[in-house]
Design a binder for this molecule. Structure first.
Ligand SMILES: O=C(O)CCC(=O)C(=O)O
Ligand SMILES: [Fe+2]
Length: 236
């Protein structure tokens, strides 16, 4: 899978997914000549950190579009509460999860190996809108569903070997606004964002090799939230 983000920055690109009979969806980038924007660039904030980059689109999907999308994902995704080993004991993840993607994009973390389910139409639709902004063709998505403020995700980096060096990860958010915290692992730096309904956060550069992130528990939020992290898995 080729990272063309450098090229995208100099011109415009779009990416589409084709499906030939029963074949896996294939993602194809078409580079356009510079200075001829095909689509308007949704408003975004570029945040340059030490050893990493973030691009935040507060309203990547409009509110009605995001609400309809969340409803579809709540109904159509096969949500599961997975288990992990912690200090030798089996514990439940404090959230629901699901893993979708191209066949073969197997992913291992927290002691489990996840085999993806086949893309749904709704997931492909979201992926196709995100890819031109991210500049990569994603082959998998991890979905997390935080049922209320008690559900959370602890400090970690998305630095598993199958994600490769300097992975581009696109994180799409629906439902309740939650705090997304980052901490630099060597420099003692911190950064945080409130990820709102319909927003997109692209993480790139060396971020995953130097920073960790988390979604802490909160007593202030009672609503549900769904987060999708689109990724490129290199063992396909
Ligand atoms: O829910 C979020 O915003 C974070 C998700 C995340 O970090 C992950 O899936 O690795
Ligand atoms: Fe993560």
């Amino acid at each position: 899978m080729q990272d063309i983000s450098r090229l995208v920055n100099n011109g415009a690109a779009f990416c589409f997914t084709t499906r030939i009979l029963d074949a896996q969806p294939r993602c194809i980038f078409v580079l356009m000549a510079p200075q001829i924007p095909l689509f308007s660039d949704p408003a975004s904030q570029h945040i340059t950190l030490k050893d990493g980059e973030l691009v935040y689109y507060p309203q990547f999907f409009s509110l009605p579009e995001a609400t309809a999308c969340m409803q579809t994902l709540m109904e159509k995704i096969e949500w599961q509460q997975e288990r992990m080993k912690m200090y030798g004991k089996e514990v439940l993840f404090p959230r629901l999860m699901a893993w979708y993607g191209d066949a073969g994009s197997t992913y291992a973390f927290s002691g489990n190996t996840y085999t993806p389910q086949a893309w749904t139409a709704e997931l492909l639709r979201i992926k196709e809108q995100i890819e031109p902004e991210a500049g990569v063709c994603f082959n998998s998505v991890l979905l997390n569903r935080y049922r209320d403020g008690k559900d959370s995700m602890g400090w970690h980096a998305d630095d598993e070997p199958e994600l490769g060096r300097n992975p581009v990860i696109a994180s799409f958010n629906l439902g309740a606004t939650r705090r997304f915290m980052l901490r630099h692992q060597q420099a003692g730096l911190k950064y945080e964002l409130e990820l709102q309904h319909g927003s997109l956060l692209i993480m790139k550069g060396a971020l995953q090799h130097h920073w960790q992130h988390q979604v802490p528990k909160t007593t202030k939020v009672s609503g549900e939230r769904i987060n999708l992290t689109f990724r490129v898995i290199h063992n396909v």
